[in-house]
Design a protein around this ligand. Structure first.
Ligand code: RP5
Length: 162
């Protein structure tokens, strides 16, 4: 199976990234985690992106806050799918990072999840890998069924109160 790369702009993004690593672990998907910044370590971020495909990665998650150019900078240097997580880390409640991540120019896409959406970033990468992996697709189907069953349990509990 291909690996997932998770790059964060700062170690202060780790609480959001942990939501992604927890989800990847639960699906037995191999991954690596790194801190590379589009602004503070642009050379390292670029070199990682340029070599990611030959290093066995199938998709890259990029998590950053504030002027969040990391996902776009990674995407500019690879044709692997890049999933951006805008992190809430400033006085603007994450809107700064959301717009910086999602508003990519035509030709260099970044699949942007919700502000702080670490779990969905991992699930989207899992779904990308599952296109060619029936075992992983079955795990994703099972998770959906389990999640639905939990909601129906809550429905039964709530409706019984009224
Ligand atoms: C961004 O700036 C990082 O992704 C982080 O979300 C934010 C703040 O970084 P630190 O000042 O906490 O290192 O580049």
């Amino acid at each position: 199976m291909k690996k997932i790369a998770i790059i964060m702009g700062s170690d202060s993004d780790l609480p959001i990234v942990t939501k992604a690593t927890d989800m990847l672990k639960s699906l037995d998907i191999p991954f690596e985690v790194h801190v590379y910044s589009a602004h503070r370590t642009p050379v390292e971020a670029r070199e990682f992106a340029l070599s990611a495909r030959e290093n066995g990665f199938g998709a890259i998650i990029a998590a950053a806050g504030m002027a969040a150019h990391l996902a776009g900078a990674i995407a500019a240097n690879t044709t692997l799918p890049v999933v951006g997580i805008p992190c809430k880390s400033s006085n603007l409640d994450g809107m700064d990072a959301l717009l910086s991540t999602v508003q990519m120019p035509t030709g260099i896409p970044v699949a942007t999840v919700a502000i702080n959406g670490g779990a969905n970033a991992a699930l989207l990468c899992a779904q990308i890998l599952a296109v060619e992996d029936k075992e992983l697709a079955a795990k994703l189907d099972a998770k959906r069924a389990s999640d639905a069953a939990k909601v129906l349990e809550k429905d039964a509990a709530i409706s019984a109160q009224f």
